[in-house]
Design a protein around this ligand. Sequence first.
Ligand SMILES: [Zn+2]
Length: 278
Amino acid sequence: MPELPELEVVREVLQRRILGLAVDSVQLIPPGGPIVARDYTHRGFEQALPGTTVSQIDRRGKFLVLTFRADGPALFLAVNPKLTGRLQLAAPSDKRLARTHFIITFTGRQQLRYVDQKQMGQLYLTDRLGSVPEYADLGPEPFDITLDMFRERLRPFRGEIKGVLTRGQFVAGIGNAYADEILWAARLHPYRKRTQLTSEEVERLFAAMRSTLAEATDKVRLEMQENIHLKPRDFMAVHMKTGEPCPRCGTPISLVGANQRITNFCRSCQPGGLIKGM
Ligand SMILES: [Zn+2]
């Protein structure tokens, strides 16, 4: 479940390592295309990409977008790793991780691989990014909006604040894990209704969103280094820290929910809300 901080660091690493490289070959595993790969060009990944060069690498929300250019129009590879996908840089001789589904080999033998334990993520090859599901209706990046814009964008949403934060149409790049971290930093209960938040609480939420994501990006950069298939999260304050002491007040961290939709918070620092499942 990479979110903004991890994907931002992956983008930085790819920028250093593969920008300007020419594609030698592409391999889909199993041949013909696993369910993660969608080819909107109908030319085939293996035919369309070789001979092109990586000309740009961007992150937008929870997508990484690689732009490939040759003589013709640009081609985009939009990677949405969702909960289980990750990218890996490797040499051809490196052992493949289980569930490697896609490999680009560049001239010079560097490889970019896509690994996905549960085939939940998607890779789209397209000449028009607007055709990629969930991409066209992404909201702004958290660092591109002001407090006033944040308030304005919040207004149409009436549900629980955690659910609002994780909606890409509201603000892009925040998922289940960093929503927990942001709400802890803002001292807001995850199940508070958006309509119940005071003006001062919304301001706190906006500030916490920016500080939490910026600090996490710095920590991920230090821990991940060039190992983009890793997902360093030990530094988190509450997410996946059930029962451990809250770093602010020492109260054991509470858990609600199960599997990949868990919510962690501190019931002392983040009071109120309708407590469901407790
Ligand atoms: Zn606490």
